[in-house]
Design a protein around this ligand. Structure first.
Ligand code: FMN
Length: 240
C-alpha cells in the first residue's frame, strides 16, 4: 500500500553524526514522532518504557559528555533517551487489567476473561522477583519441565526480563527514527554513553535502564561517514 514511500523512508534513514547547526527541528516533528513511538509493538502491551526528550540547550549540553563527547551528541539539536522500566511492571499490569475491565459491559466474554487473568496471574509470574532468586528458579523449572513434553515459553532469571523490555524499547526507537526520517530529518542512535551518569541526570531509579539515546537534527553530507554496506542477503536471510 505504502511500499514505495516506506522504501524511501528506509533508504533515507542513515545514522548522521553532524547536524546542521543553523536548522532547528520543528517541535511538531518531535511530538509527532514521539506520539508514533508509543504506538510501537511491545511485549504484552506492558509499555515498560519511557522516553525523555532532551530539548533545552542547557540539558543538551549536559548530555554531550554523558554521550562520551560523540560527534552525534555534540551537534544534536534534540535528543531522546529511551529508557526501560521493568520495575514498573506492577503498575502497567494493573493498568492493562483496568483497561480490559472498562471494556466489559455485563458478563465478560472469553477473550476478556482471558485478558484479565493474563494481567493478574501471568504477568506476576513473568516479572515478579524476590531478593533470593526463588521466582527465577520457579520460572526456569517451569520452562524446563513443561518444555520437555511440548514447546513452552522459555524464561527464567532477571536477564530474560531485561531482554524482554529492551526488545520492545528498541522497536520503539526504530519507530522514532523512521518517523524522524519521514519528516525529512536525521538521527543517530547511540549506545556509547555513561549509563550510570545518564540515569543520575534523569533521576532514574535502579530498576530503570538506558536502552539507547537518539540524537536528531538536519543531517549534513559530512555527517554520513561513508556508503552504506550490508552483508549479502544470502548470509543473513534464510528461506526454509
Ligand atoms: C543499538 C545501536 C547503537 C549504536 N551506537 C552508536 C554510537 O554510539 N555512536 C554512533 O556514532 N553510532 C551508533 N550506532 C549507529 C550504527 O553505527 C549504524 O546504525 C550502523 O553503522 C549502520 O549505519 P546506518 O544507520 O547509516 O544504516 C548505533 C546503532 C545502533 C542500532
Amino acid at each position: 500500500m505504502y511500499s514505495k514511500e516506506f522504501d524511501q523512508i528506509v533508504q533515507f534513514r542513515r545514522s548522521n553524526r553532524a547536524f546542521d547547526p543553523t536548522v532547528e527541528v520543528p517541535e511538531e516533528v518531535m511530538t509527532k514522532s514521539l506520539e508514533r513511538t508509543v504506538m510501537s509493538p511491545n511485549s504484552s502491551n506492558m509499555q515498560l518504557w519511557e522516553f525523555y526528550w532532551i530539548h533545552s540547550q542547557d540539558e543538551l549540553t549536559k548530555f554531550i559528555p554523558l554521550c562520551l563527547d560523540q560527534q552525534a551528541a555534540k551537534t544534536a539539536k534534540e535528543m531522546v533517551v529511551f529508557v526501560t522500566r521493568k520495575d514498573k511492571w506492577r503498575q502497567r499490569a494493573k493498568w492493562n487489567y483496568l483497561m480490559i475491565k472498562k471494556t466489559i459491559d455485563g458478563e465478560p466474554g472469553k477473550l476478556q476473561k482471558g485478558g484479565l487473568a493474563y494481567y493478574k496471574k501471568v504477568m506476576p509470574l513473568l516479572y515478579a522477583n524476590d531478593g533470593f532468586g526463588v521466582m527465577s528458579l520457579i520460572r526456569q523449572s517451569l520452562s524446563f519441565f513443561a518444555g520437555l513434553r511440548k514447546p513452552f515459553f522459555r524464561t527464567g532469571g532477571v536477564a530474560n526480563q531485561r531482554i524482554m523490555v529492551h526488545k520492545s524499547c528498541a522497536l520503539a526507537a526504530q519507530t522514532f527514527m523512521l518517523s524522524v526520517s519521514a519528516e525529512g530529518f536525521h538521527s543517530c542512535p547511540m549506545e556509547g554513553f555513561d549509563e550510570k551518569r545518564v540515569k543520575k541526570q534523569l533521576k532514574l531509579p535502579r530498576g530503570a535502564e538506558i536502552n539507547m539515546i537518539i540524537s536528531v537534527g538536519l543531517g549534513t553530507e559530512e555527517g554520513v561517514w561513508g556508503p552504506r554496506f550490508r552483508l549479502p542477503n544470502e548470509e543473513v536471510i534464510f528461506k526454509r
